[in-house]
Design a binder for this molecule. Structure first.
Ligand code: Z5A
Length: 214
């Protein structure tokens, strides 16, 4: 149905916001419209990227410096763009990505305190002009997200951070949304999943309509 270059959609939010649950729903919705979807995630999405993910989320290098953490995120991203995202978009597929560079601004910038201008240098270097066409920011209070995430398995290296860290992450995400309202759409992730999905469906249908008309 969709001709030409595909669209790049990213989903962001703090832990337990419901990204995985809602990405399943989004993929089904897009495919039901005849759109071919490449579903992927960061950090990861390639064989090398998944190895880097293990280093970043595991507990073998708990004291890694914040610059190392940021550079590993962008190393995985460079590989991901070259091998998955750009080829997917060029083939006409829509790339649906669980986190992207907004997460670097939110976690390494907001959470760890790295100056955003340094992150911007890497963004320009690694991505060139590539930016998401649309981003869904699933937002909810940190305590609620941590409670949801805590019901699952062993916490990863990020999930062991304090609530104050996640509050800085959340605030940074909301700042990004305020600065780029045409791209970043804030979805209230506190209601029951079916109610959150009503909002997501409306947004996606409008986006599909605009994109396929253009
Ligand atoms: N990171 C970074 O620092 N810098 C970067 O540049 C990038 C990433 C790209 C891995 O991300 C880590 O990498 C991440 C940031 C960092 N930090 N951590 N941790 P990840 O996305 O793979 O990991 P995650 O954030 O931990 O994902 P998650 O905890 O799996 O969250 P989720 O996908 O948003 O949630 P979920 O699995 O869909 O839902 C969580 C639970 O809540 C589950 O039981 C659901 O059934 C339930 N749920 C979901 N929605 C609802 C509603 N609406 N009501 C009730 N219950 C719900």
């Amino acid at each position: 149905m969709v001709q030409g270059r595909g669209k790049f959609i990213t989903v962001e939010g703090i832990e337990g916001a419901g990204k995985s649950s809602n990405l399943d729903f989004m993929q089904q919705l897009l495919e039901a419209q005849g759109i071919s979807v490449v579903r992927t995630r960061e950090p990861g999405g390639t064989a090398l990227g998944e190895e880097i993910r293990k280093l970043l989320l595991g507990h073998r290098h708990t004291g890694m410096s914040r610059d190392t953490e940021l550079l590993l995120m962008f190393g995985a991203r460079a590989e991901h763009i070259a091998r998955v995202i750009e080829p997917g978009l060029a083939s006409g597929a829509w790339v649906l990505c669980d986190r992207f560079t907004d997460a670097s601004y939110a976690y390494q910038g907001g959470g760890r305190g790295i100056d955003r201008e340094r992150i911007r240098v890497l963004e320009t270097w690694v991505q060139g002009s590539l930016r998401p066409d649309i981003t869904l920011l699933l937002d909810l209070p940190v305590a609620d997200g941590l409670m949801r995430a805590g019901k699952r398995s062993e916490p990863d290296r990020f999930e062991r951070e304090k609530e104050s860290f996640f509050n800085r992450v959340r605030n940074c995400y909301l700042e990004i949304a305020r600065a780029s309202p045409e791209r970043v759409h804030v979805i209230d992730a506190t209601p029951r999943l079916p109610d959150v999905q009503v909002h997501i469906e409306q947004l996606l249908r409008e986006f599909i309509q605009v994109s396929t008309r253009a």
